[in-house]
Design a binder for this molecule. Structure first.
Ligand code: RIB
Length: 305
């Protein structure tokens, strides 16, 4: 069972000629509403590949229309939502601008996501077949607790260190590394995590190697059009290319990679193949607007034999 403990958001997306800097205003002709949140996105990405009933989402939404919609969307994608809790805080909302090259800038109003609690996670969820998927859009303490319980039950922990918190401490990263089997980061996140624990790598590949060694884990760096790199706890390096595409919207591409990887690792697919499948799934996502709309179903990912 793939267990995602994380955020559920509604994404309000404006296509802009250029992403505004501080003090700037740009006009967009309109906006679109999409389902999002890194947790929910990764749950949907995994479910589209693993199939209905293989993914369970744990998180919190508000008692509002956005929350009802977010839950209904997960169910429609085959994700078990019985443990999604409704609270008095509003459902998380992400304000996203996407420029003409498909790049984005995101501000998340966390709302109900900040009330997610370890008490939402019954002990029966954790076992040797549990593949726990975490991000950084719910509070760190319950996420860490979920990882510790998974590790204690001999399950597998995948932690996507995104977004990097403003005040990420050495203690946080040290604790995270100690309970993580697969650390997933982009190039910036790799360098930020390494710096937080006092490392000074020359580049993101060196950062991945040092984080893998420090945590006794596999560190995977996603690099968009440059594909993905993994460094195992033994120092072995694996690479997967990204298919060449013209992106329409890269929002949710990283989440698609994480979900696809989780689904492959839960099927015990070798890491090299899992990386290739993750890269292909992420590229396919970029061909459609919105975090989840382009996430491929299993049959659309050619590298899944
Ligand atoms: O990774 C993309 C996601 O980040 C968006 O869906 C948005 O909700 C933010 O959480």
């Amino acid at each position: 069972m793939i267990l995602v403990f994380g955020s559920l958001n509604i994404d309000l997306v404006a296509q802009v000629p250029v992403i505004p800097g501080p003090g700037r205003t740009v006009l967009a002709p309109s906006y679109e509403t999409h389902f999002g949140g890194k947790g929910a996105n990764q749950a949907v990405a995994a479910a589209r590949i693993a199939g209905p009933g293989q993914v369970r989402m744990v998180g919190r939404v508000g008692r509002d229309g956005f929350g009802d919609g977010a839950i209904e969307n997960l169910r429609a994608n085959g994700v078990d939502t019985n443990l999604v809790v409704k609270t008095d805080e509003p459902t998380g909302c992400a304000f996203i601008t996407v420029d003409q090259s498909g790049e984005n800038a995101i501000t998340v109003a966390s709302g109900a996501n900040l009330t997610a609690s370890a008490s939402d996670l019954p002990a029966a969820l954790f076992g040797p077949d549990t593949v726990l998927v975490l991000q950084m859009e719910v509070p760190f303490a319950p996420a860490l607790e979920a990882a510790r319980r998974t590790t204690a039950a001999s399950g597998t922990v995948i932690w996507n260190l995104a977004p990097v918190p403003e005040h990420m401490t050495r203690e946080m990263v040290t604790e995270l590394l100690a309970v993580t089997d697969y650390l997933l980061v982009n190039e910036h996140e790799a360098l930020d995590a390494a710096a937080a624990v006092g490392l000074d790598p020359a580049d993101c590949e060196a950062a991945a190697a040092e984080l893998a060694k420090a945590g006794g884990l596999t560190c995977i760096v996603t690099a968009g059009a440059q594909g993905a790199l993994a460094v195992t706890r033994h120092g072995t390096r694996l690479r997967a290319p990204a298919p060449s595409i013209t992106p329409i919207d890269t929002t949710g591409a990283g989440d698609t990679f994480v979900g696809a990887l989780a689904s492959m690792l839960s099927e015990k697919v070798p890491l090299q193949k899992s990386l290739e499948i993750g890269c292909e799934a992420a590229a396919l996502k970029c061909l459609k607007a919105g975090s989840q709309d382009g996430m491929p179903a299993r049959g659309a990912v050619k590298s899944i034999a």
